[in-house]
Design a binder for this molecule. Structure first.
Ligand code: ASP
Length: 325
């Protein structure tokens, strides 16, 4: 866990690139990826841009980076396709835009932004989401443009494990939530590469965004926590902004993002609330993951119960990145 002890000057941006056992050979890519996203988003805040703009821009950089499980390079469904979910939320107005199960958009966070800005609705799925995005000028691409060979191999390995009766390491349903055995715990660290960002702008407004390809070998149509309001993402100027990553089903059951922001509204520091949220996730349901949490005064908390979490923070102390907190 990491936090600010004194209240820093605005603005602030925090990004994450997933929480899991990041292998040493992928460490540089993760560190570089969050640093690029941080630099892009923070430059917007420094120029007087809004928290929503900064979050959208930072998440776009992470979606474009094939290192992460968002946009191109995401995990594949059991049918070998990329299906993406994203949410963007503006803490000043509580306006939100979400898309899920989109297969033909390079940057789902930008589609989420269009929903936030231009629709009376909050959430679109599948073809309806793509049609909405296209009607506002977003290009529709072939799904194969989002698929990497690396992920085809990863899917084949996961499916072969299942065919041989080995333990499910994919978070697609076979792990028992009350199984806290060391073997399951280790396997649980293998893959959480969702991306997200939270920001506080010079006007004192918060925003949050989360984008994901979901879990490896997920059933087509499965939606996880990342794009669901209050689960993997939430922002309210009256409480905090949050983005989570990890095993989605337990996070959804606990509505964990809102759980954490409510704690901040009740007076708990973001530092403590972030740690409490991750502790609660494990103690209640055996879940694993990571959280970034930012209060309206610029205090923040980061926590994870996985071996690593790729993160970056920009505030009056400068720009920093790391792979554990
Ligand atoms: N939370 C995501 C999901 O369950 C996965 C992740 O964070 O990597 O869809």
């Amino acid at each position: 866990m990491r936090t600010s002890s004194q209240i820093p000057a605005l603005p602030t941006l925090i990004v994450h690139g997933g929480a899991w056992a990041i292998p040493p050979e992928m460490a540089d890519d993760h560190q570089r990826g969050v640093a690029n996203a941080l630099a892009t988003g923070y430059a917007i805040l420094k120029k007087g841009g809004t928290a929503t703009d900064a979050v959208e821009a930072a998440v776009t950089v992470l979606e474009d980076d094939p290192t992460f499980d968002a946009g191109r390079g995401s995990f594949l469904t059991s049918e070998g396709r990329v299906q993406l979910d994203a949410l963007l939320m503006d803490g000043a107005t509580l306006r939100a835009g979400g898309v899920a199960c989109v297969e033909h958009l390079r940057n789902p966070i930008q589609a989420a932004r269009l929903v936030l800005d231009k629709s009376p609705h909050i959430y679109f799925v599948g073809r309806g989401a793509e049609a909405f995005a296209a009607s506002h000028g977003m290009p529709l691409i072939e799904n194969q443009e989002l698929v990497l060979d690396r992920e085809r191999i990863r899917l084949a390995e996961a499916q072969s494990r299942l065919a041989r009766g080995l333990a499910d390491i994919t978070f697609s349903g076979a792990l028992a939530e009350d199984d806290k055995s060391p073997e399951t715990a280790v396997q649980s660290f293998l893959s959480h590469d969702t991306v997200g960002a939270v920001a506080l702008d010079q006007f004192g407004n918060l925003a949050a965004g989360t984008s994901t390809g979901g879990t490896l070998n997920k059933a087509p149509g499965r939606v996880g926590d990342s794009s669901l309001i209050g689960c993997g993402c939430y922002a309210d100027n009256h409480s905090a902004a949050v983005s989570l990553t990890g095993w989605g089903e337990p996070i959804m059951k606990l509505v964990l993002g809102k759980w954490a922001t409510d704690r901040v509204a009740q007076g708990t520091s973001p530092e403590l609330a972030a740690q409490q949220a991750i502790d609660y996730l494990f103690q209640r349901l055996g879940g694993h993951g990571g959280i970034i949490l930012l209060g309206p005064d610029g205090r923040f908390g980061l926590a994870h119960n996985t071996p690593g979490m790729a993160w970056g923070i920009g505030n009056s102390d400068g720009l920093r990145t790391g792979l554990t907190v």
